[in-house]
Design a protein around this ligand. Structure first.
Ligand SMILES: C[S@@+](CC[C@H](N)C(=O)[O-])C[C@H]1O[C@@H](n2cnc3c(N)ncnc32)[C@H](O)[C@@H]1O
Length: 595
């Protein structure tokens, strides 16, 4: 999977679909809290929002052994994320190559190198970068509270702010040895900026330590009217205020807090056993035990085990293209996040081989909504012999699941507007040995449906959406999403639904799905669609998914708070019988693809 697509959840898709790139916030969020313990500030250079940040420095070829590599890399990566040049969750994707790239950025940005990152450093960077992004609002509130005045925070140069965020996160959320944290971050600020910046970091971090020791962190109280309560909760749980207000209106304070806690927890990823190749979940469990990887058997999915990571979501197709040795290597490459939390596991002592076929292995996992993905496919219920169109297919998690369920009989046409992601789907389907039933077409579904008089047994429309069900897996998504996105998404989702409906044969099924928990893009879109299309009726998902996922209206809904898996939604709508549909298989077999 290519670099920028390690977490190809809905926000990426939305960006391409809406032809706009959400810009990670550059200005710091509004602040309304008190200032505690003024720290005198000397020689802080002024940063004007929008300015490019630190300039590329002349490189000092010697390796700086005083600065801890994970802090230098984390600071530069956070800087790049803030400036829109990087995602929060990419570091482990390419293992050591990625670490080398990161050091290249350090050298170009700070003007010096540190020693190379080892496995422990990589897991620290993963943890610190993801955690700092996720907790940004909370950390910034504390940093601002400890500055002499708000203007000082607002004009703080970006690199200095990242160093402080890292220090605050390490002290408060990671509970790392405090004086080492102070010392190391002071060194980084002095070397990367100037001595005065180091003094400032020293003063603010020490003030934080004393407040933490006396349990008097300057956090807001949840009091007052709805708006004030939402503001306070948004700081305490580090979410955008508009999101908190929306959730409180929908579900009340208690549920909203539970949801935010879920979003702030480390995500799970799942390993699916490929039972088609004769492996059982017990085989996988034994293998993980021997690797000393803690896992849980998934409650709802009988061929999955769940691993909890620091940051990274992934799925490993176990026993298909990934062999045991590759699994070991994959676990190793993903292990850092786990090992941070489980020090009894020594990476070095596992003695696992390096990944022999990185390309293959990368194609063998996907950052996706593992449990939800599986359940949405159950709603489609692919059967051998079915003709299926996956209307927004890339990068293909659901296509591949569906293809495996066809057992070589039937046909899936996978359409996506994004050519690059579709290419990944095509390659992966080959690696998974399901390419004989999967055909890919690069097209805008809306145009495709108008231009082709063709209909299918089952139509899956997994639309671009807000991704609000997967915030635990996407550290930065909450900051990139805006309230206005819903309106743009609504129009796109309605148009895609109209187009997809044209591709359903009489008596066939249309499944509409999202990775959102927001009723506006879930039930709201379905209700509007049914008004526009009386030829469709809801077909309950009861019997297709476990009963705890079936809503009163007969929709599938996974609620992170209730089910402890990512939030997602799907509805099954059957088209009434009509005549005159084309023979899909004949048509497809003769059809040229775009590759
Ligand atoms: C939620 S993602 C699909 C995820 C995919 N079903 C899976 O399981 O991997 C939405 C996809 O819709 C695609 N998309 C957006 N607008 C589209 C359009 N007009 N026509 C076809 N695909 C579109 C995006 O490129 C993106 O890949």
């Amino acid at each position: 999977m290519e670099g920028a697509s390690v977490s190809p959840l809905c926000s990426h898709f939305l960006s391409s679909a809406l032809s706009k790139t959400p810009c990670p916030q550059k200005a710091h969020p509004p602040f309304s809290g008190p200032f505690h313990g003024s720290i005198p500030i000397a020689r802080i250079s002024t940063y004007f929002p929008g300015s490019p940040g630190p300039r590329k420095k002349n490189t000092d070829n010697t390796v700086n052994t005083e600065i801890s590599p994970h802090r230098a890399v984390s600071a530069v990566r956070l800087l790049r994320i803030d400036q829109g040049g990087a995602f929060a969750d990419l570091l482990n994707e390419k293992g050591r190559n990625s670490a080398k790239n990161e050091m290249g950025y350090v050298e170009r940005t700070l003007g010096f190198r540190t020693r190379d990152l080892d496995d422990r450093d990589i897991r620290l960077v993963t943890e610190i970068v993801g955690g700092t992004v996720r907790w940004r609002r909370y950390l910034d509130h504390l940093i601002m509270s400890l500055c002499k005045e708000e203007g000082m925070f607002r004009s703080m140069e970006p690199l200095l702010l990242q160093v402080l965020r890292i220090g605050f996160y390490e002290i408060i959320k990671l509970e790392m040895p405090p004086y080492a944290v102070v010392d190391e971050n002071v060194k980084l600020a002095k070397r990367a900026l100037r001595p005065g910046a180091g003094n400032l970091v020293n003063g603010i971090l020490r003030k934080l330590l004393s407040l933490k020791d006396t349990d008097s962190l300057p956090l807001p109280k949840v009091v007052g009217d709805d708006r004030s309560q939402a503001r306070a909760l948004a700081i305490i749980h580090s979410h955008p205020v508009w999101m908190v207000r929306r959730w409180i209106n929908l579900w009340g304070v208690e549920e909203s807090v539970k949801l935010m806690n879920w979003n702030n927890s480390n995500p799970y990823f799942g390993l699916r056993v490929n039972t088609a190749k004769g492996y059982t979940r017990i085989d996988l469990a034994n293998q993980l035990k021997s690797l000393k990887v803690p896992f849980e058997l998934s409650t709802y999915l009988k061929d999955f085990v769940r691993l909890q990571t620091g940051m990274q979501p992934a799925r490993v197709e176990f026993g298909t293209s990934t062999k045991w040795s590759s699994l070991r290597a994959l676990v190793r490459s993903w292990w850092p996040c786990l090992a941070t939390r489980l020090p009894e596991v020594a990476m070095g002592s596992l003695g696992l081989p390096r990944l022999q076929q990185p390309r293959l292995a990368r194609r063998s996992w996907q950052p996706c909504l593992v449990g939800c993905l599986r359940l949405v496919v159950s709603v489609v219920d692919p059967q051998p012999g079915d003709t299926i169109i996956d209307c927004c297919a890339a990068p293909g998690g659901k296509t591949l699941f569906m293809a495996s369920r066809l057992r070589g009989q039937g046909m899936i046409l996978a359409i996506d507007i994004n050519k690059g992601r579709l290419r990944i789907l095509k390659e992966t389907s080959r690696l998974h040995n399901v390419h004989d039933v999967v055909t890919t077409t690069n097209a805008d579904l809306r145009l495709y449906a108008e231009m082709h008089n063709i209909q299918f047994d089952k139509v899956l429309l997994d639309v671009p959406c807000s991704g609000l069900g997967v915030l635990s897996k996407r550290a930065d998504l909450r900051w990139n999403r805006r309230f206005e996105d819903f309106e743009q998404l609504k129009n796109l989702q309605d148009e895609l639904l109209n187009a997809a409906s044209m591709l359903v044969k009489p008596g066939g099924v249309l499944v509409y799905s999202t990775c959102s928990i927001d009723h506006h893009e879930n039930e709201g879109r379905v209700a509007a669609f049914l008004l526009r299309h009386p030829e469709f009726a809801v077909n309950s998902v009861d019997g297709y998914v476990p009963p705890e996922f079936v809503s009163e209206e007969g929709y599938y809904f996974s609620n992170p708070v209730k089910h402890c898996i990512d939030g997602s939604f799907a509805t099954r709508m059957a088209r009434s019988m009509e005549t005159n549909c084309l023979q899909v298989k004949e048509w497809l077999y003769g059809m040229p693809t775009n590759y």
